[in-house]
Design a protein around this ligand. Structure first.
Ligand code: TEU
Ligand code: CA
Length: 558
């Protein structure tokens, strides 16, 4: 396998609006990111993905871009961005920006011009249509609820949006639009970016011409995830994008790809893939229902483990997945994947070690390294996230009470991970001296950096230790390039695997059960100096490794 600069890196995602505010307006900003680069360096971060900071009316928190060439004043200036790239570089950290090009904002000048004349040059940057015999071109449901078609006020034209109505989809079938996008990407890459995280990219190829698919709810609409199964030929766009942008700069690109088709993984990542890597979302998708959040079923530990192992196997010989337990669209991993009895520091460390040592590029989402947890909201008015609002409405529509609906929202809301970062135990967790744009999780008194910084047993220091282990030259061959081999796969509540290197093997063994387990590791020789990391004392009994409740042990074999 061809060696690349990013293969041994550890990545971190910053949701800038909630990371650190430096001017008291209650909104995190780019100077706030710069301020904490040393903190990130200490965590061993080599790649830093910043969620969108371009000019945006924020209908979807920056994922609706009105100008790709400018920084939104709420986040700072272009000088701040350039300084961030430079200061990060000094610490051997590469910046990834968020590339949101399935859609832009309805306040982008392209769209404004398009609305003036849907049949003109800019009209072809989007999808415009009129009703025929009183019927819209298709019955697809947007991700945030309702039809994908929205009327241009005062006209009989409709435009297409996969997400919010303030996020009109760009028409990738138009080569002029594609060239505009590549030009913009290269403009950014020239500034010294490490690359991009590519948003919602699977949506750029629609099954055309527009047509109806069988309705899957009583609203008569069909879910986009179903629609996309009928779309073919995305590779033509993505291969072109790779060749005209990423390849030129030897960038790292990580795609937000939820549903590539059977057998297509090698087209999406690896040596000849469209992207360097794509996120492994198998555990995120597990148990999700096209009906909506209320019909979801959170995965059990065994389902979680199955997803991880399935993906590891799928990617072997192809490339590196980017591994996550949470991001700005998901609940906190520790509140979601851990069984209730494991929701404490020990359990948090267990989950951390399990995902972090899989093969791939581990991504840490801000606050994950502290074990930050889900938020509890008592009413939908307190929630900012557009997607939560749509899902709440769906709960009510199917007959749930507001209390029941809030239970669902609290479990899945994207605001769970968007609450301000918890730096210390002063007011507003040290995030801002003003009024935070989104309420701070009240548990900041207990969970914050200051408290964990010098505590050897803290979740933060456990993450630092994992990071150090992965970056230790002695184990790189195994932990970066070695294949993953599931161990005791059939054992319920146990998640264990080998990483097989050329010179060395490592075993990760974790117990998600509230009871002691004994396991036999046939290849284990020198017992005492083989322990690399654990979240508890490591003990053996008659040659068997004792796994206490929620213990994880990482051992080097041979
Ligand atoms: O998410 C894309 C996405 O496909 C969805 O899964 C989304 O997470 C889901 O509908 C939320 O309930 C990306 C971004 O990560 C997300 O923040 C944006 O809202 C979305 O694209 C639109 O740009
Ligand atoms: Ca600010």
């Amino acid at each position: 396998m061809e060696k690349k600069w990013w293969q041994g890196k550890i990545a971190y995602q910053i949701y800038p609006k909630s990371f650190q505010d430096t001017n008291g307006d209650g909104i995190g900003d780019i100077p706030g990111v710069i301020q904490h680069l040393d903190y990130l360096q200490k965590l061993g971060i080599g790649i830093l993905w910043i969620s969108p900071v371009y000019i945006s009316p924020c209908a979807d928190q920056g994922y609706d871009i009105a100008d790709y060439y400018q920084i939104d004043p709420m986040f700072g200036t272009m000088e701040d961005m350039e300084l961030l790239i430079k200061e990060a570089e000094k610490r051997d950290i590469k910046i990834l920006m968020d590339l949101v090009v399935n859609h832009c904002s309805d306040e982008h000048e392209w769209f404004k011009k398009a609305c003036e004349n849907p049949e003109g040059e800019y009209g072809k940057y989007f999808y415009f249509a009129k009703k025929e015999n009183g019927k819209l071109p298709c019955n697809w449901r947007s991700y945030f609820g309702g039809s994908v078609w929205e009327q241009v006020p005062g006209t009989d034209w409709y435009y297409f949006h996969s997400f919010h109505k303030k996020q009109p989809d760009l028409n990738w079938e138009n080569p002029l639009l594609r060239e505009e996008i590549y030009k913009m990407m290269n403009w950014w890459l020239k500034k010294g970016l490490g690359g991009f995280r590519i948003d919602a990219i699977i949506n750029i190829k629609k099954p055309l011409p527009f047509q109806d698919y069988p309705a899957d709810r009583s609203d008569g609409l069909c879910d986009m995830s179903e629609v996309l199964k009928h779309a073919y030929g995305i590779g033509e766009f993505l291969g072109e994008m790779r060749d005209k942008t990423f390849r030129i700069y030897d960038s790292f690109s990580v795609g937000e790809v939820f549903n590539e088709k059977e057998g297509e993984l090698k087209d999406f990542m690896g040596e000849n893939g469209y992207f360097s890597s794509i996120f492994d979302f198998s555990q995120t998708i597990e148990g999700k229902s096209p009906k909506g959040w209320y019909a979801n079923e959170a995965p059990s530990v065994d389902a979680y483990k199955k997803c991880c192992f399935h993906s590891q196997k799928k990617a072997e010989g192809i490339g590196f997945y980017s591994t996550v337990i949470e991001n700005h669209d998901e609940p906190r991993g520790v509140s979601y994947y851990l069984p209730e009895a494991a929701r404490h520091d020990k359990g948090k460390k267990l989950l951390a070690a399990e995902y972090f040592l899989l093969k791939g590029i581990p991504f840490i989402y801000q606050g994950q390294e502290l074990g930050m947890e889900n938020m509890t909201y008592s009413s939908i008015e307190e929630v900012d996230d557009v997607s939560s609002k749509a899902e709440y409405a769906e709960c009510i529509r199917v007959g749930m009470s507001p209390e029941e609906a809030m239970k669902v929202v609290n479990q899945y809301s994207r605001d769970n991970t968007r609450t301000p970062f918890q730096w210390n135990s002063t007011e507003n967790a040290g995030f801002t001296t003003g009024i935070p744009w989104l309420r701070v999780n009240p548990n900041y008194i207990e969970i914050n950096v200051e408290k964990q910084e010098n505590d050897k047993e803290s979740v933060l220091n456990f993450y630092r230790a994992l990071s150090e282990l992965r970056r230790n030259p002695q184990f790189q061959d195994t932990l970066i390039y070695g294949r993953t081999e599931p161990f005791l796969e059939k054992e319920p509540g146990i998640m264990a695997y080998f990483r097989r290197g050329l010179l060395q093997d490592i075993v990760v063994a974790g117990n998600f059960l509230d009871e002691v387990k004994y396991i036999e590791i046939p290849e284990l020789e020198k017992k005492s100096d083989s322990v690399l990391i654990s979240n508890d004392y490591v003990e053996w009994k008659e040659g068997q490794l004792i796994l206490k409740p929620f213990q994880v042990v990482v051992l080097s074999l041979s």
